[in-house]
Structure formats: C-alpha cells, structure tokens
Write a protein that binds this ligand. Structure first.
Ligand SMILES: *Cc1c(COP(=O)(O)O)cnc(C)c1O
Length: 388
C-alpha cells in the first residue's frame, strides 16, 4: 500500500514552509514527534526532571520496542546513544583488537570511522584494509571474500549508504560472507534506517549504529546502537558508568548483560521519547512503502537532472538511495546551495573531507536528499532553480 502523501505533509509543519531536500542531513520531524518532545520538556520544567522521567517511564521504555520492531531486533539488543557517531564508537572501541588483527572496510567509508580505524591501528597494531569497489562503485564481494579467506579478520566495518554518494552497499551479501568467515560485522546504517527496509537478521550484522535526525525524522541529539545478543559477551564498552555496569566495592564491576551496557545513565529523555515516536511513525507507514517512495523520487530527480544542461549526476551503485549528488559545470556547489536557500529550497554540499578513502571524489557536489514527503513538484522546483 502506498503512502498518503497529503496526510504525511499535513502532519509535517515544515512542508508548508520550505522545499526540504536535505533529509540526509536532518529530516523534518512529523507533528507527533514534535509534540512528544515538547510535552516532555514542559513536564520537566513543571514537575522536575527526575519526576518527569518517572512519570513518563512507559513512553521512554517504548523507545526500545519501537526501534527493535523497526529493524527486526529484540528490545534488549538496543541501546539509546546520543548520536550515530558515539553509538558506532562505543561498538567499535569495544572490539578487543590485538596485534596484527585485520579490519576490512570500504572506499566510501565515513571519515570519522576512518579516523577511528587509524587510531586503533596505531594503538593496538591492527591493520586497516580498504576493500576495492566493484564495477558499480560498491564494495566488491569477490574482493571481500578473497580478503576474508586470507584469515585474521577481526572486524568487517562499512556503511550501508555513504553520506556523499547515492549507492547502497550489498550488506546482506557482506553479512553472509562475514558469517561464513566468523568475522564480526559492524554496519553504519546512519542513512538507511528510516529510508530502506533494514532487517538485522536479513543483513546478518552483529552491530548496527544509526541516528535519530536523518531518515527516521527524530529529534537531533539522538541515536541508537543495535548489538546482537550472541555478540554481547565479547564486547566490553570503552566507557562504563554505574548503570552500564554494577559496581561491587572495592574492586569489582559487572557489565549489564544486555545492549544497555553501551548507554550512560544521563540522557536527553525527551529525545528518547521522541525517537521512539519517530520509529513508530515510520513503522506505521511501512518501511517497504517508504523505501519504494524514496527510491522512486530519487530516480525521478536523477532523470530530471540528466535533462538539464551542464549537470553531472555522480551517484554510483547497482541499487541507489534517496541521496542524489551532482555538479553543474562552471558553478560552485556552495554558491548553488546558498542561492537555492534564498529560493526556499534546502540542499547540502558534500565535501572531500567526508569522503573516507574515495580517490576520485569531486571537490564539492550538491547533495539533494529526498524523503517520502517530498513531491514531484518540489523536485521540478529544484531543477528549475538551478543555474542554466
Ligand atoms: C551522518 C552520518 C554519520 C554520523 O551520524 P551522527 O548522528 O552525526 O553522529 C555516520 N555515518 C554516516 C554514513 C553518516 O551519513
């Protein structure tokens, strides 16, 4: 069943205000998310932060079921973390790397992750290998299988959808290869949760990180980590507080036996409630319907852009996402972004410093990222507003 576009736009106050094509940066939240966050902030102000949390324990707890349900996990496999970077870090730095351990990743990896790989390589003597791309620009499964066969791989870590390119990595095939080789699989699903039908069992990842504000349409300053039950025992988080672990004075501690060992006690409670509402909102629309709509609109935009003279669409991949990147000959990407902003159209610019290991990245490109609430008419307005 398709999405009722008029209804979701009516429930998204920002739609009446702006043509928002920066959903890979931060999407417009729907009214139920805005109301849930505002109501909790109000409750904190009126009754006290701890008291408000106790009164809203049900709504805060709903977060775990909502997120777990959305990605096919169990509630005790979900941790609430303040953003995707920190969720990913908590997982990555929990892996007990030793001298000579191999880390395999992909060319389009997010630069923050690349920095972490290098830090662990320096500190622990692990090695980082960037698996080459296939002809479509996504991770080569043949090259990955070959790299795994050489042994010693502690971790395979890659993005589902890179931040700077429309490709979708073949993560279920990667998961199958990792299971066969007995390697841990960490998936950066920051751009895919809320955009594609993401199922952790189908993908076969051990760890998955994502953010609230992008395709999930949740509040800023929220994110989550999924940790497969079977992987938990070998992973001790780099930081543990008095809720993540039990303290036995004077010298013993016991980490929690669920994914919440990756959390801290203090948190943005209104955000946790809001992210739960956002996950429920996405699930109610249906992740398959969302995926169909987003990928359909993005392909429509690519074909409109292809008709515009001077435009080069840069997206690669056998499957492509809602992120559309392009350049216009003779025009600076940042200038275009600012001039579009003046016309009420939001896009963003991807810059080389975000581009992990990509050798042939352009200096800068415009990124127009569509969501299901965008319309064909809005796509037309973007293309119309581009320089001739
Ligand atoms: C945005 C992004 C991140 C970082 O997410 P934050 O919530 O900003 O920490 C990580 N990986 C990818 C692929 C992203 O696009």
């Amino acid at each position: 069943m398709g999405i009722d576009i008029d209804k979701v736009r009516a429930e998204t106050p920002g739609c009446a205000n702006v043509v928002h094509l920066n959903n890979a940066g931060a999407a417009l939240p729907p009214r139920p998310v805005i109301d849930a966050v505002a109501a909790h902030l109000e409750r904190e102000a009126m009754t006290g932060g701890y008291e408000a949390h106790e009164a809203s324990a049900g709504a805060a707890g709903r977060f775990y079921d909502a997120v777990a349900g959305l990605i096919g996990a169990r509630r005790d496999e979900i941790a609430y973390v303040e953003n995707a970077t920190r969720a990913w870090d908590m997982a990555f730095y929990a892996v007990p790397f030793g001298e000579g351990d191999r880390i395999l990743t992909t060319t389009s990896e997010y630069s923050s992750n690349a920095i972490a790989y290098q830090q662990v390589a320096r500190r622990r003597g692990a090695t980082v290998e960037v698996v080459p791309d296939d002809a479509h620009g996504q991770i080569s499964l043949d090259a990955l299988a070959g790299a795994l066969a050489r042994g010693g791989v502690r971790l395979v870590s890659l993005n589902h959808i890179p931040t700077q390119n429309g490709l979708v990595n073949p993560v279920a095939e990667v998961g199958r290869l990792c299971r066969e080789a007995g390697a841990l699989f960490l998936l950066d699903a920051c751009q895919s949760v809320g955009q594609l039908a993401v199922d952790v069992t189908e993908i076969g990842c051990d760890l998955l990180s994502s953010t609230g504000r992008k395709y999930l349409r949740g509040p800023r300053g929220t994110g989550f980590l999924y940790v497969r039950r079977e992987a938990l025992g070998t992973l001790e988080p780099p930081f543990l507080d008095l809720q993540a672990a039990e303290w036995h004075a004077p010298d013993r501690y016991e980490p929690r036996d669920d994914a919440r060992r990756f959390e801290t006690w203090e948190r943005f409670v209104a955000g946790q409630i809001g992210l739960g509402v956002a996950a429920d909102y996405a699930a109610a629309l249906g992740v398959e319907a969302i995926e169909d709509r987003v990928t359909g609109l993005a392909e429509r935009l690519r074909s409109l852009l292809a008709e515009h003279s001077g435009v080069t669409v840069l997206d690669r991949g056998a499957h492509r996402s809602g992120l559309v990147t392009f350049t216009v000959e003779g025009h600076d990407a940042m200038d275009m972004k600012l001039s579009l902003r003046e016309k009420g159209i939001n896009v963003s610019v991807t810059v080389p410093r975000a581009h992990g290991y990509l050798p042939d990245a352009p200096d800068a490109a415009v990124r127009a990222s569509v969501h299901y609430y965008n319309t064909e008419e809005e796509l037309g307005r973007l293309v119309e507003a581009l320089p001739r």
